[in-house]
Write a protein that binds this ligand. Structure first.
Ligand code: CS2
Length: 471
């Protein structure tokens, strides 16, 4: 196998999705020039785990129809991007590299959600622009492409695989934003090279991949007879929809089950606003009633019904579905997938980085429902549950890149009347229109009070249940 892809963000998701599809495509097509050079971003752990295993790792499917353990071999090399940033640039610039794939999560893009452009105020972005060996993903891509432009390494495709609308266009805008931020003699040549040599297709990715636990590793060891420090756990379901716009070839991913489509934006909207939105809703409601996992949360009738109402009666009517997708069936299937008791996807993990997710997953449904002249009751409950989480979590438990700003936006005394207006005024998430929407703030106050006023967890569940049965 020869390296043809550089992958930035070697988390569990990349191993359970991108690496599996790519291995299957190579096996199906017999072209073994698409091996993956995997780059870890902030933490070197995965590179450290995979290197002594020659990049091999196990995928453990959990749930109904789970396949047997599988050892995946498509990762041919690993690099710790934090420790060896120049190596990352060199690999992206290598003539053998034809695709850069990314799973760096929402916050890894370092963009300003209000403008969709690169956050030039971010000190890490500034440092990369100033010329250090780059540590941000966008900096690494831009510097790698700059080096390609100078060495004549040829065209390349940059493929975002994160849960963001129009993730290809966004990545293109950010890489161009980086190029535009370079000093004069560097700027124009790189921008011109990008025009003719780089493509940024959009994708929709879907597979629930919880964090691997020690007991998962022990179970793998019992079955495999080997200790695999880099094993990953995933649900049996997986889906990948890709826009077919590649500058320099690609693996035959369709042979491994991926769908090439001209409607990726519609697929992504459906996925974000049905699956991810309800995932976030269950995470925050689940945290409010002390449920550790998504399957425990969805097993509570009140939470199940509220979430189901949100996607079926508010999110679904506000989106345009891609051809062939049955929206109601999709929603029911998503809820069934959440109920998978074997997966152990924690509410804390899905609830992390809320500041990066709420605006993409839930706010479009609020806007769309208000625009249609109706009240987004259930989507507002999800937002209120997020507010409740932000206001009540111990600061060390609030896993969010904007945790410090959120904490300082919060009032000292935390009731519905103080927290709701304070967080509605949090500009990185809510725009002026939403912040000034009185119907929204009344609904948020209503839900926040229900969450806040209950004296016990059971009371809280009972009050939510009453709302659902009588609302
Ligand atoms: C989840 C996603 O953690 C989260 O925010 O909603 O990671 C979700 O599991 C995947 O997008 C499923 O494809």
């Amino acid at each position: 196998m020869q390296p043809g892809i550089v992958h930035l963000g070697l988390g569990a998701f990349a191993r359970a999705q991108t690496a599996v599809y790519t291995e299957d495509a190579m096996l199906a097509g017999g072209d073994f020039s698409w091996g993956i050079v995997g780059v870890t971003q902030r933490s070197a752990t995965v590179a450290r785990q995979l290197a002594p295993q020659d990049g091999l790792f196990t995928v453990v499917e959990k749930g109904e129809c789970a396949a047997p353990l599988r050892v995946v071999s498509s990762i041919v090399e690993t690099i710790s991007g934090r420790d060896n940033p120049q190596d990352v640039v060199d690999r992206i610039a290598a003539t053998t590299t034809r695709i850069v794939t990314l799973t760096i999560t929402e916050k890894g893009y370092r963009f300003d959600p209000r403008t969709g452009s690169l956050d030039l105020a971010d000190p890490e972005v500034q440092a990369d622009l100033a010329g250090r060996p780059p540590l941000t993903a966008i900096g690494q891509i831009a510097r790698g492409l700059q080096q390609r432009s100078r060495t004549g390494a040829g065209p390349i495709t940059v493929l975002s695989c994160d849960n963001l609308p129009a993730n290809g266009e966004l990545t293109a805008t950010l890489v161009r934003g980086f190029a535009a931020g370079l000093p004069d003699p560097e700027r124009a040549p790189l921008l011109a090279w990008l025009d003719g040599n780089a493509t940024f297709p959009s994708t929709m990715v879907d597979r629930m991949v919880p964090a691997t636990t020690e007991s998962d590793l022990d179970a793998v060891e019992r079955e495999l007879g080997l200790r695999d420090e880099a094993a990953v756990v995933a649900e049996p379901f997986k889906q990948w929809v890709i826009e077919d716009n590649f500058a320099s070839g690609r693996p035959p991913w369709e042979d491994s089950g991926a769908l090439f489509s001209t409607e990726v934006a519609a697929w992504e909207a459906a996925k974000l606003r049905l699956l991810n939105a309800s995932h976030s809703m269950l995470a925050y409601l689940g945290l409010a009633v002390e449920k550790e996992t998504i399957n425990d949360a969805v097993a509570e009738t009140a939470l199940f019904k509220a979430t189901r109402s949100m996607i079926l009666t508010e999110a679904l009517p506000a989106i345009t579905l891609p051809e062939g997708l049955d929206g109601e069936r999709y929603c029911e299937e998503v809820l069934r997938r959440f109920a998978n008791p074997a997966l152990g996807h924690t509410t804390a993990k899905v609830g992390s980085d809320g500041s990066q997710k709420i605006g993409l997953r839930l706010l479009p449904t609020l806007r769309g429902t208000f625009d249609a002249g109706r009240e987004p009751r259930w989507a507002t409950l999800a937002v209120a549950a997020w507010m409740y989480r932000v206001a009540t979590a111990a600061p060390t438990d609030l896993n969010d890149p904007l945790a410090a700003q959120l904490q300082s936006a919060l009032p000292a005394t935390r009731t519905a009347d103080t927290v709701v207006p304070a967080l509605l005024g949090f500009r990185p998430i809510f725009d002026q229109d939403l912040a000034r929407n009185e119907r929204l703030s009344t609904l948020l106050l209503h839900w926040y009070r229900i969450l806040h006023d209950a004296e016990t967890i059971d009371d809280r569940l009972r009050s939510l249940g009453n709302e659902i049965n009588h609302g």
